[in-house]
Design a protein around this ligand. Structure first.
Ligand code: FMN
Length: 206
């Protein structure tokens, strides 16, 4: 086995940081928010997951080496307005999702920039991505400030309660969501992605 401590990784043996390739696949939270003036923002986050089901809660984390000193709009908006929406990424919208990750000034609306149609939400102000198979309307529960390496963007974890759920009925088969209908996109390491289309079931031991 190769063993390393992240701070002293041997870059001749492992020139590319394997961390994100090992914690994979990671679901992608495509997060829409609005700022105080109501301008929409949309960006993908793979440090994203569900964290509880009773009540349902999700989280996403902002940070990153490539964006030193920049507080991301998605975090700032969700904290300032108390609301965000998670748009589930289908295989068909993978390029649009990636396009919304461009670093843009806060006044730019990524829906407009990328040419994505929007749908109004029911309980919160951020719009939903038309064409996404499901959306989770969320109210921000808390924002945790996490340790940050010098020279990188501040690490924040935004946790939200899921207060409303939209599902495209064409994704429901015999009363259950069938991911094969939309093939959710997930992040691997490096520039790699996967899409879920292989499903098997196992029952839990008593
Ligand atoms: C698939 C994918 C996953 C990403 N995951 C994260 C993440 O977990 N955390 C993060 O800070 N940035 C992540 N990014 C980069 C952000 O999307 C990017 O910094 C974006 O410009 C942030 O936008 P905002 O400032 O409007 O919030 C990811 C990009 C892509 C394409």
């Amino acid at each position: 086995m190769i063993f390393y401590e992240p701070a002293t990784r041997d870059r001749r043996l492992l020139p590319h940081d394997p961390f994100k390739a090992l914690v994979a696949p990671r679901p992608i939270g495509w997060i829409s928010t609005v700022n105080a003036e109501g301008r929409a923002n949309l960006a993908p986050f793979s440090f994203f997951n569900a964290v509880a089901s009773e009540p349902p809660m999700v989280m996403y984390c902002t940070g990153g080496a490539a964006s030193a000193d920049r507080v991301k709009d998605s975090q700032r908006n969700a904290q300032a307005t108390g609301e965000f929406v998670v748009n589930i990424v289908p295989f068909a919208l993978k390029e649009a999702m990636s396009d919304t990750s461009a670093t843009l000034p806060p006044e730019i609306d990524e829906f407009e920039k990328v040419g994505l149609a929007r749908l109004p939400s029911r309980l919160v102000r951020p719009p939903r991505v038309a064409g996404a198979p499901a959306h989770l309307e969320c109210r921000t529960e808390r924002v945790l400030s996490l340790p940050t390496m010098p020279g990188t963007a501040p690490n924040f974890m935004t946790i939200g309660f899921v207060v409303g759920v939209h599902i495209d009925p064409s994704c429901i088969v015999e009363g259950r969501v069938d991911v094969r209908r939309y093939r959710p996109v997930a992040r691997l390491g490096y520039f790699d992605y996967t899409a879920v289309d292989d499903v098997f079931a196992m029952t839990m031991p008593p």
